[in-house]
Design a protein around this ligand. Structure first.
Ligand code: AMP
Ligand code: MG
Length: 487
């Protein structure tokens, strides 16, 4: 471990300084033979980091935490969390580190964080390692979500460490450099609450307000306003996931942010055939985190956040509970409004149309899609073509063409705007078979498929010739899809 004196990299240690109770100073393990697999040059530029430097041997030392600026103070962050409904009082970064904060071009701070950087005091039985496949999966899916305009943590780089890691086989180890608005989680507040230190809880809430929800600072009850802001951010985030067919897979409270960014891409997947009950994660046996349950689970997680901040809401506990319940009751209507507005946009309908007209139309379409198991993403894109008068492609995806034709007649009577539809219905999403193909090739040392996939995903709404295979559903031979926790 050495210091780097690269003038362009300045890492603050604000969280490390202000939350000593929740941050254990720690260092990354040595990467014996670091080798850059992918670098996000656009994001580097936004952070004021020089891509030429990041690609250099010194840069790889930074990206693996093996050398950090002299003033930096990397820490493993403490948090608690409900995992599949069961409370774990001490989770924390078992194989991750917060390197520090850096100023983004937009003027806000970003966390620079490593995943796969070795065991920490929070590692429990884990080996502290991450392997190439799951780290590249987070890179691909998080950057795709960003391109789809969905709030998310970002991925700066994945570096193969040169260390073999024991999984189902010996696999190449890797470190992901993650960039986030912050790593404050619902589980961070659960941890502070269980420490039974209202001062700590208040400081954490103030920190969250300063970094993410500044408007709350001016409210009469700033902590209630913070909670309301998190409820709103999560309600709109969940609507966006649902509209694009994203299944997170492991919505534990430690995997839900205060900022409203999507975080911790493990066994996630984009839905192909429309099936509200779909579950991809191999460990989710009860379907707790199925596609359709996601908004309900988000609300459940927010109730855990409410419990955690209760002492800040009011000195009188009963009144605090009333305030929390009232604020939480805002989740459902905000989610519904965001989802309905988003679905109207997907259908090219003007906002402000009478819901008595649009709701039955939407409901019927959803039934038709579900009965047909139509490929969710390509169906909506083809519907844009149907708005232009050529309905064949969309009609070919449903089982009952006559019902579809009747539906199209009613829908077209509302004058859908095909160009507006193309701006919200993506052509390219990280389809499961394409992600697997890119991961397998990169694990074997060939990053070509990964680079081509990233090119397609970077502009998801612009259909481009030559990229047809990136728009097409999985071949039949791909079979039912299962994802595994990002270990
Ligand atoms: P996740 O499911 O990735 O959100 O992780 C849940 C918890 O397990 C977090 O506290 C992680 O830091 C920890 N964890 C996951 N994998 C490992 C590993 N291989 N070694 C140590 N800790 C891990
Ligand atoms: Mg996690």
């Amino acid at each position: 471990m050495s210091d780097i004196a690269h003038s362009s990299v300045t890492l603050d240690g604000r969280f490390a300084r202000e939350f000593k109770e929740m941050a254990i100073p720690w260092r990354a393990q040595e990467a014996p033979d670091p080798h850059l697999l992918v670098l996000n040059e656009d994001l580097a530029a936004e952070l004021g980091l020089d891509p030429v430097f990041l690609r250099s041997p010194e840069g790889l030392l930074l990206l693996t935490g093996n050398a950090v600026p002299a003033e930096a103070s990397p820490v493993a962050q403490a948090y608690a969390g409900h995992q599949f409904g069961w409370y774990a009082p001490r989770l924390g970064d078992g194989r991750a580190l917060l390197l520090g904060e850096i100023a983004h071009a937009d003027g806000q701070l970003r966390d620079i964080h490593l995943k796969g950087s070795g065991r920490t005091p929070f590692a429990r039985n884990g080996d502290g390692q991450a392997v190439v496949g799951p780290m590249l999966r987070e890179y691909i899916v998080s950057e795709s979500m960003h391109a789809l305009n969905i709030p998310t943590t970002r991925s700066l780089a994945v570096v193969a460490t040169g260390r073999p890691v024991q999984r189902e086989a010996l696999l190449p180890g890797a470190v992901l450099t993650r960039v986030a608005g912050s790593h404050l989680r619902v589980g961070s507040f659960q941890y502070a609450r269980s420490a039974d230190d209202t001062g700590l809880l208040r400081r954490l809430a103030d920190y969250a307000i300063a970094r993410h929800h500044r408007a709350a600072a001016g409210a009469g009850n700033r902590y209630l306003a913070l909670f309301q802001a998190v409820v709103s951010a999560q309600a709109t985030l969940l609507a966006r996931w649902m509209l694009v067919g994203f299944v997170h897979g492991v919505m534990n409270t430690d995997n839900m942010t205060i900022s409203g960014e999507t975080i911790d891409y493990g066994p996630c997947a984009f839905m192909d055939g429309f099936d509200p009950a779909v579950v991809y994660s191999s460990i989710d046996e009860s379907g707790r985190y199925s596609y359709r349950n996601q908004p309900v689970v988000a609300e459940w997680n927010l109730a855990r956040l409410a419990e955690s901040v209760l002492p800040l809401l009011h000195d009188d506990q009963e009144q605090a509970v009333d305030l929390a319940v009232e604020a939480l009751s805002g989740f459902r209507p905000q989610y519904s409004d965001a989802w309905s507005a988003g679905m109207n946009a997907k259908l090219g309908l003007r906002q402000g149309l009478d819901a008595e007209l649009t709701s039955p139309l939407v409901d019927e379409l959803m039934t038709l899609l579900q009965e047909s198991r139509a490929d969710y993403t390509s169906f909506f894109r083809h519907l844009g073509t149907a708005a232009r008068g050529q309905a064949e492609a969309a009609r070919g995806q449903v089982l009952d063409p006559a019902r579809f034709d009747a539906w199209v007649r009613r829908w077209r009577a509302l004058a859908p705007d095909a160009d507006a539809m193309d701006r919200v219905n993506p052509v390219y999403i990280p389809r499961n078979h394409l992600v697997e193909e890119a991961l397998a090739a990169a694990t074997g040392g060939n990053t070509g498929p990964l680079e081509r996939l990233m090119d397609a995903l970077a502009a998801p709404f612009d259909e481009r010739p030559g990229l047809e295979r990136y728009a097409a559903p999985a071949p039949e031979s791909f079979g039912p899809y299962r994802t595994f926790c990002g270990t």
